[in-house]
Design a protein around this ligand. Structure first.
Ligand SMILES: NC(=O)c1ccc[n+]([C@@H]2O[C@H](COP(=O)([O-])OP(=O)(O)OC[C@H]3O[C@@H](n4cnc5c(N)ncnc54)[C@H](OP(=O)(O)O)[C@@H]3O)[C@@H](O)[C@H]2O)c1
Length: 286
């Protein structure tokens, strides 16, 4: 008899993480993927989510849907909260009913603390922007409703898909002779296909429920990141390091995003690529 394929629902699948899952689909023929974005499944619509789960009955739901316009969120608090808090709540309720495991993506912005310390999943949370608050509230909704969850806090996501820092630097470096880049926010970039691959690899080992950090290995500043992008792409543009205070934004950014990945490495026996190795791969694909 043929083994039943696991049904994996990916929400927000037109975003950069969602598209990374799509790109990996051919490597996982044992999974039946269902990709949705807001037009097919609006995660803020409780009834629609509940009905969709009743019909599709997924084994896993990977929530890559989110409101990610960090600065705009300062003036669109309600919309941001409905996508980042109510959305995960609706998914958790539907997962509970359908006995489905929820894998939800969160952010390093929930920490925003602890100076130069390396942040473990037990480090204190202290979100400073409406985006960060909404992401923490989304996590809490899930934890309160559903035991079978994995929440992954990631940072500085980039890829060949959608808009992100890497693409912005390449574009600006072609347009300008000099660029100023922040040098006092320290963290790790995360290549979205690395994160997507990790999730698909750990999915079947998923009784290790809980919160996990994930980013590529190595700690750098945005200035370091931009320097490497310019170098690999051989672009003629000089970079000037600046402080966060010289580049004010409506929403504050955490200065410390040094995520410890020890917990996810030990729980799932995974290896995480160094940031510069993944950057090279991404730049070849752009
Ligand atoms: N980007 C980063 O640097 C970063 C860093 C840390 C953590 N994260 C987290 O990583 C996850 C993935 O981020 P990403 O960069 O892939 O985000 P993204 O590119 O903005 O993708 C999010 C997707 O969700 C869709 N969406 C919005 N509202 C929805 C709704 N009500 N129902 C269903 N889909 C909806 C968006 O559609 P529209 O485009 O039409 O709105 C978009 O296609 C998010 O949880 C984010 O918070 C991101």
């Amino acid at each position: 008899m043929q083994k039943k394929k696991l049904i994996i629902l990916v929400t927000g699948s037109n975003g950069q993480l969602g598209r990374s899952f799509k790109s990996l689909q051919p490597d996982f023929p044992d999974y039946d993927f269902i990709f949705t974005d807001v037009d097919e499944l609006d995660i803020t619509d409780h009834k629609a989510v509940s009905e969709f789960f009743r019909v599709v009955n997924p084994d896993f739901c990977i929530n890559a849907a989110a409101y990610t316009a960090v600065d705009k969120a300062e003036t669109e608090k309600e919309l941001c909260a409905s996508i980042n808090k109510t959305g995960p709540k609706n998914l958790a309720l539907a997962c509970q009913k359908s006995d489905c495991i929820l894998i939800h993506i969160s952010t390093d912005y929930v920490y925003d603390c602890c100076d130069n310390e390396i942040l473990s999943e037990n480090s204190p949370v202290s979100p400073k922007s409406w985006y960060a608050i909404s992401k923490l509230e989304g996590e809490r909704e899930i934890i309160n409703i559903l035991k079978n969850h994995i929440i992954i806090r990631t940072s500085w996501l980039y890829s060949e898909f959608g808009h992100n820092f890497v693409k912005t630097i390449i574009r600006l470096a072609k347009e300008r002779k000099e660029l100023k880049v922040v040098n006092d926010q320290i963290g790790s970039p995360t290549y979205a296909p690395d994160l997507a691959l990790t999730i698909l690899n750990i999915i079947n080992n998923s009784c290790n429920f809980g919160i996990y950090n994930y980013s590529n290995e190595g700690f750098i500043s945005w200035y370091d990141f931009a320097t490497e992008i310019i170098k690999i792409k051989n672009l003629e543009c000089s970079l000037m390091p600046i402080n966060t205070s010289d580049y004010p934004t409506p929403a504050p950014r955490p200065k410390n995003s040094r995520l410890s990945k020890e917990k996810i490495i030990n729980a799932f026996h995974i290896a995480i690529p160094q940031w510069f190795e993944s950057l090279k791969i991404c730049l070849e694909r752009i």
